[in-house]
Write a protein that binds this ligand. Structure first.
Ligand SMILES: [Fe+2]
Ligand SMILES: [Fe+2]
Length: 140
């Protein structure tokens, strides 16, 4: 990959729910930071940043998002929570790969995690954004 940014945050990732969009941006930033540290071969630092900025922030975000979905009575909340559960497993295995430090499997784990984040935000998170937008429309 040519750039040190793995994920570009663009419009396709906007849900329209400001707080969630801000959290997604932070998540993407943290992901890019870990990715570039790995690319630079700074394994120790990558692990530190991973745990502090990515792993903990992911957990924070998933919980906040689930809280939000409860508040708006999102009909697909259970399905959405199950998807988040999947992602926790992916993050866990990414941590293992960073610790192991095998470049090949680490690259694979990163690309799985990135693929997951992108598809999840662009499809599933955007879907609650649509629901929220309609909710608001019908109330006004
Ligand atoms: Fe989500
Ligand atoms: Fe999300």
């Amino acid at each position: 990959m040519g750039t040190d940014k793995l994920i570009k945050f663009d419009e396709s990732l906007l849900t329209g729910v400001e707080e969630m969009d801000n959290q997604h941006k932070k998540l993407v930033e943290a992901f890019n930071k870990v990715y570039s540290l790995i690319k630079e071969g700074k394994k120790e630092e990558a692990l530190k940043v991973f745990i502090k900025d990515l792993k903990e922030y992911t957990e924070f975000h998933l919980k906040e998002e689930e809280k939000f979905l409860e508040e708006i009575n999102y009909p697909e909340i259970e399905k959405h929570k199950r998807l988040h559960q999947q992602f926790r497993k992916i993050v866990f295995s990414l941590e293992e790969k960073i610790k192991e430090g095998n470049p090949e499997s680490l690259r694979e784990a990163i690309s799985i995690a990135w693929g997951w984040i992108h598809v999840h935000i662009a499809k599933s998170d955007k879907k609650y954004g649509e629901y929220y937008k309609n909710l608001y429309k019908n109330q006004s």
